[in-house]
Structure formats: structure tokens, C-alpha cells
Write a protein of this length. Structure first.
Length: 197
């Protein structure tokens, strides 16, 4: 119910309202951290923006624009496309296994010409979105049935297995923990692991 109300409220927000909703202090904090990092790279290169500082600055600029676009986007779109984003993430992980770029002893990237895309990073977001949508459609009574949890458990284990095959143990652990974190509030609410009384 709460998620449905949130989606309805998000639908009514205009562009300026969405801009006002952004936590600008947090954005400035991120920009300050990025500025310190870029200054450090500038210093490490002997007072030159090449080769590291300029690239880091460009990446941060692109990431900042994407972050603001996502922050102002309609929540309904993320809910509607969550399964499709998850499916694309799985396909990208499979593609990495078949024709990915090998580097540092692992096959983790897809060469897009300008940048190398690491699908496991996309999957970190896609997994949480897909699990959130799945559990949004479940009530407490449904989740108490063990068979209902088979699908979300497989949704977690499938990308974890594909990332382990690259091999990338660290990212596989992050995916597992991220997926498990979505289960935890639900488990507490249902009293699956312990009682809140």
C-alpha cells in the first residue's frame, strides 16, 4: 500500500518539484569528495591533468548527470522496467562469459569502444530493483510459504554464479549481500528468523 501511494505522489510531481526534492547538500558532498580525488590525481601526475585527473573528472561529470536524471525520473518507470533491467543484466553477464574482455586474469568487461562496461555493476542495481518489485507483489501470508521464496532466491543466486565464473569473488559477495538485504526486512516483518514481540 505504501509503495502504491509513493508511486501516485511521484506521478504528481513536476520538474521543479523534483529538483526541490533532491538532497543538494548530499550532491555537494559528493562533488567535494570527487574534487579531492581529482586534485590528488592531478598532484600524483606532477601537476598535470593528464593522464588520470581529466579522465576521472569526465567520468564523474557523466555519472553526476546520470545520477540527477535518475533522481528526477518517474518511480513508476523503474517499477515497470525492473524485470526487463534484470533480464538485460543477466544477458550481459552471459555475454561477458562468451565474448568479454580479459584483463587482470579475469573476464569481466564488455568493450564498447569508448569505455569498458562491467555488467556486474549494472546487476547490483538491477537485482535490488527486481527483488523489490517481486516482494512488492507479495503480502505477509504469501511470504510465509517457503515456495514463494524460491523465485527470489534463484534471482540472487543466478547472477552470483555468473559473476563467480568470471572470476570476481568480491563482486559476487556484494551481489549476494545486496540481494540478502532485500530479504531481511521482510523476514523480520514475517517473523521468519526471530520474533519482534
Amino acid at each position: 500500500m505504501r509503495s502504491a501511494i509513493g508511486l501516485r505522489e511521484d506521478q504528481r510531481l513536476g520538474l521543479f518539484e523534483r529538483l526541490r526534492e533532491i538532497r543538494w547538500l548530499f550532491v555537494l558532498f559528493l562533488m567535494a569528495i570527487a574534487g579531492i580525488g581529482i586534485a590528488t590525481l592531478y598532484s600524483a601526475a606532477g601537476g598535470s591533468f593528464e593522464p588520470w585527473a581529466i579522465r576521472q573528472g569526465a567520468r564523474f561529470g557523466v555519472a553526476l548527470v546520470v545520477m540527477l536524471m535518475v533522481a528526477m525520473s518517474d518511480l513508476r518507470a523503474w517499477w515497470r522496467w525492473s524485470y526487463a533491467i534484470y533480464a538485460v543484466g543477466i544477458l550481459l553477464l552471459v555475454f561477458v562469459d562468451v565474448a568479454g574482455v580479459i584483463g587482470m586474469g579475469a573476464q569481466r568487461w564488455i568493450d564498447l569502444g569508448i569505455i569498458n562496461l562491467q555488467p556486474s555493476e549494472v546487476m547490483k542495481v538491477a537485482l535490488v530493483l527486481a527483488l523489490a518489485r517481486y516482494f512488492d507483489g507479495c503480502d505477509t501470508a504469501m511470504v510465509r510459504r517457503p515456495l514463494v521464496l524460491v523465485v527470489p532466491i534463484l534471482m540472487v543466486l543466478m547472477p552470483v554464479a555468473l559473476v563467480l565464473k568470471q572470476p570476481d569473488l568480491g563482486t559476487a559477495i556484494m551481489l549476494f549481500l545486496g540481494g540478502s538485504a532485500v530479504f531481511l526486512p521482510l523476514a523480520c516483518r514475517c517473523g521468519c528468523f526471530f520474533s519482534l514481540d
